[in-house]
Every structure is written in C-alpha cells, then in structure tokens.
Write a protein that binds this ligand. Structure first.
Ligand SMILES: *Cc1c(COP(=O)(O)O)cnc(C)c1O
Length: 361
C-alpha cells in the first residue's frame, strides 16, 4: 500500500505511541485510574491554552464547543459581534442565528485578517453587545487573526471575547490569559494529534458572570455541570475514555518537547512549506498566513480538483478550498503529527505531479 500523507487541517495523522495508548483494553471512568488521566489532561491543557482557568472537555467535534460557547453565555435577543472572514466565521453567525441571538457581522475579505479597530467600532455602535466571536486561525482561508489586539479592545468593555482556536492552538502563538480571551475553544483532531471527538472550552471569570445570567436552552453542554465536577477530575456523563487516554499521551509528548518549542517547530515547518511553494512559483493566498495550515492560490490554468485527485492517487491528501474559495486554492496542513520529513516528501510529489501534468507555474 502507498504510504498516506494526510495533510488536511483535521483530521491529522496519529503518531504510533498515541495510537498504542488508545489500543489498550478500555477501563471504567468512575475509577481512580481513569481520574488520573483526567487530572493530567486538565493540568496540561491549561499549559497549552496558557491559562489559569479550567479547561472543560466535551465529547463532540469542535463545532459542539462553538455551540456551547454561545448557549452558555447568551440569552435570546442578545446581541453579539461576529467576525466573518471565512467558513468558520459564518458558522458562529449560523449558531447565533439558530438560537435567536442578533448578529452584528464584521465582514472581512476572505484571506484577510480583521482590522482590530473594526471590533472597537462595532462595540461602540452596539454598546449592548454581550460577546465578540472570532478566530485564532480561520482555517478556510489559512489566516491568523490578531487576537491579542482584539483582546485589548474587548477587555475595556463589558463584552466577552470568544475565540475559536481549534486549528491554531498549538501551532500559532496563543495566550488566553495575557490576551484577555474569555472563552478559548479547542478541538482534538488538529495539533493535538488524536482523532476527532473531543472539544474544549476554557472559561474566564468574566465569562462565568455571563454564564450565570444566560437563559438559552442547554443540557449536555451546560458548563456548570462540567465545572462542578472538574475539581474532582470527574465528568457529568460517560466521557470519550479512549480519546482522553490518547490525549493524555499526546500532551505528555508535547510537554516533553515543551509547549513553546512545539509552537516554534510549527513556525519553522510553516515557513518551510511557504518557501517551497513560492519556489514552485505558487502564491500564498492569505495576507497573514497561519502556522497551522497554508493556503496556496491556484492559477486559472490549473484544474484544482484534478490536481488534488492526482495527488490523492499518490497518497498525498491536501484540502481544497471551501465555499467561495472552491477551485481557487488548496490547503496543506502542517500541524500536530505532520512532520518535516513527510512535508518534504509530499511537496516533492506535488512538484513531480505539476511537472508530469505539464503545469508551468
Ligand atoms: C476544524 C475546525 C472546527 C471544528 O469543526 P468540526 O468539524 O466540528 O470538528 C471549528 N473551527 C475551526 C476554525 C476549525 O478549523
């Protein structure tokens, strides 16, 4: 079988040691043995989020935690500012709409990062806004946002700042507490090197004040139910035991490397990928590229879906564009278990394929 180079922005490859940890016989969750895993995970997640707040873990893909951040903080008829510069910005707006929250959109050109002054202006014009929803990395455009500057602005108001850091966490620099982020969201299938199925919300004191007042319907994702048990390393429902055990292993691997070294490695790999693509004559799509995933413009002469298909036949799996970017870009992830050696191989195969198909870029 051809070796598979899975380079999509989630799921990402699972390193052997982590797969082995998850392959062991399952244990029961109301046992001291399992609670040790939970305790280690809670402690180490804080180091990745760079926060003193607890990090709540849910059994869902990332979107579950996005929805949780809305239903736990807001009430029907509340106003929220939502930065929309891609597919995932649209998703926050859709969740707000589904729950009867009024959305004040900040529409950003796809591939650009929002100018933080626009958040300031939106909050001035909408002083009743309870929350600002944005991203660390908008995965659909591979763009990193200036969360630090947005955090400075939101901190001066009564609104909370909710950041979907699902794809950026571990790859792009992120400091929940220093940057005044009130809810930071993560997901398992990106830099955490485990399969999809876990999502995370770290919640600040300021956000907890809103949680107390929120009246949107919630049950499974009710922050209060999780928070009550987290100090005892317990969980309100049956957790995704196997994934949590895999996460414990993944986090211990990250801690051994050091969180900052882990992030710096992503920076170097991202730079390597960008340079390689530029040398092939391709243009990087976003104006402020993320270190989690790279999006490349595709010249009009190239049939993107055909190129992606040819690469897939050789075991190299890149992601195409979503929404309005379909056919216009392709994306190469370099997060978590995607290592330099594999990136070099996959990019080499891209180079060969472009040559074989007589594509001059
Ligand atoms: C992957 C991702 C999600 C999560 O999507 P799911 O399919 O629900 O896991 C959310 N936001 C961003 C920015 C992502 O990259």
């Amino acid at each position: 079988m051809t070796k598979q180079y899975l380079m999509t922005p989630g799921p990402t490859p699972i390193p052997e040691k982590i797969a082995e940890a998850m392959a062991k016989p399952i244990i029961h969750h109301r046992t001291p043995q399992y609670m040790e895993f939970t305790k280690a995970v809670n402690g180490n997640l804080k180091k990745i989020f760079k926060t003193a707040n607890n990090v709540l873990t849910f059994t869902s893909s990332g979107t579950g935690a996005m929805e949780a951040s809305v239903v736990n903080t807001l009430s029907k008829g509340d106003t929220a500012v939502v930065v929309i510069g891609g597919k995932f910005g649209e998703r926050f707006a859709e969740i707000c709409n589904a729950y009867g929250v009024n959305v004040v959109p900040i529409d950003v050109e796809w591939g650009a990062a929002p100018d933080p002054s626009r958040v300031e202006k939106a909050l001035k014009e909408n002083p009743d806004a309870k929350a600002v929803f944005t991203h660390l990395c908008e995965t659909s455009t591979a763009t990193v946002y200036d969360v630090k500057s947005i955090g400075n602005i939101v901190a001066k108001t009564d609104a909370i700042l909710v950041v979907d850091a699902i794809s950026g966490l571990g790859s792009d620099e992120f400091e929940m507490d220093k940057w005044n982020v009130d809810i930071a969201i993560g997901g398992s299938q990106k830099a955490f090197m485990i399969p999809p199925g876990l999502s995370f919300c770290a919640v600040s004191k300021k956000a907890w004040e809103l949680v107390k007042k929120s009246t949107l319907p919630k049950y499974y994702f009710d922050f209060k139910k999780y928070d009550k048990l987290i100090e005892k390393s317990d969980n309100p429902w049956t957790p995704a035991i196997t994934l949590v055990i895999g996460l414990e292993k993944a986090l211990s691997i990250i801690m051994a490397e050091g969180v900052d070294n882990f992030i710096k490695r992503h920076m170097r790999d991202a730079e390597f990928v960008r340079q390689y693509l530029k040398e092939l004559g391709l243009e990087i799509f976003p104006k402020s590229p993320s270190d989690a995933v790279t999006a490349t413009k595709v010249p009009k002469e190239i049939d993107t879906s055909k190129l992606i298909k040819s690469l897939k036949a050789k075991g190299v799996i890149f992601a195409g564009g979503q929404g309005e970017l379909k056919g216009k870009i392709f994306r190469i992830a370099h997060m978590g278990g995607i290592n330099r050696e594999d990136l070099e191989r996959a990019l080499g195969i891209l180079k060969e394929t472009l040559k074989e198909e007589n594509i001059k870029v």
